[in-house]
Design a protein around this ligand. Sequence first.
Ligand SMILES: Nc1ncnc2c1ncn2[C@@H]1O[C@H](COP(=O)(O)OP(=O)(O)OP(=O)(O)O)[C@@H](O)[C@H]1O
Ligand SMILES: [Mg+2]
Length: 247
Amino acid sequence: MSAPSYAIDVRDLSKTLEGRLVVNHVDVRVQRGKIYGFLGPNGSGKTTTIRMLCGLLTPDAGEGTCLGLDLRKDLEQIRLKVGYMTQKFSFWEDLTIEENLNFVASVFGMDTPKERVRSCMERFNLAARAHQLAGALSGGWKQRLALAACVLHEPELLLLDEPTAGVDPKARKEFWDEIRALAARGLTVLVSTHYMDEAERCDQILYVAYGNIMAEGTVEEILQQSGFSSLEDSFIYYVNQAMENQP
Ligand SMILES: Nc1ncnc2c1ncn2[C@@H]1O[C@H](COP(=O)(O)OP(=O)(O)OP(=O)(O)O)[C@@H](O)[C@H]1O
Ligand SMILES: [Mg+2]
């Protein structure tokens, strides 16, 4: 059976949290091997959507597939094929880089964990810091560790939730070089961000506001659809439109 052309293909996804509809009948289609930027104001449902896509949260409504697997039935298999980088740093601060990666390798029950961890540290330039405590790392290195940990099990899809928030410009650029390199190797990436310069690095963009997808397409398509010459202006336009449509 050939792999489906969409890494993510979900329709009508909805979620209510504490009585509030935070994801409102959302359709998401993500082509394999591409980088998708997920942008929206605070509280617009990005993290909630991402958590539903990787099987950590059950949708109230909606259906579809992630890597050809059923979003409702194949949760365990989806988790093995998806790398999820959480919005908040979620590693053991009192363990070293190497110990954290060893722990992730053991959770996934990898066959050759030591080799995997070693080559992963080399791949992400973490080897020289292998024995540094995660809690003592700068923001940029923490995020690099988090990225290494989420690709350790060689996933096919990366869901990165604001991976560069609070990271300095040089480290952000280096992080994006890594994302590009991973996509060049065939990984599909959905990355949420509040940075417009990062949106411009994506193959496709999704704008979400108040739980609704407001626009999607390439940078050029979004600018054309909105009639603006800057992404920032187009983003503000769509967010204002979403506000006006709020009940
Ligand atoms: N576990 C939860 N219980 C109740 N409400 C929640 C929970 N998680 C999120 N929410 C609410 O759902 C809404 C959407 O939150 P979500 O975290 O998905 O937004 P976001 O787009 O990721 O925001 P940000 O840009 O700030 O990360 C927010 O109003 C938030 O307060
Ligand atoms: Mg979030």
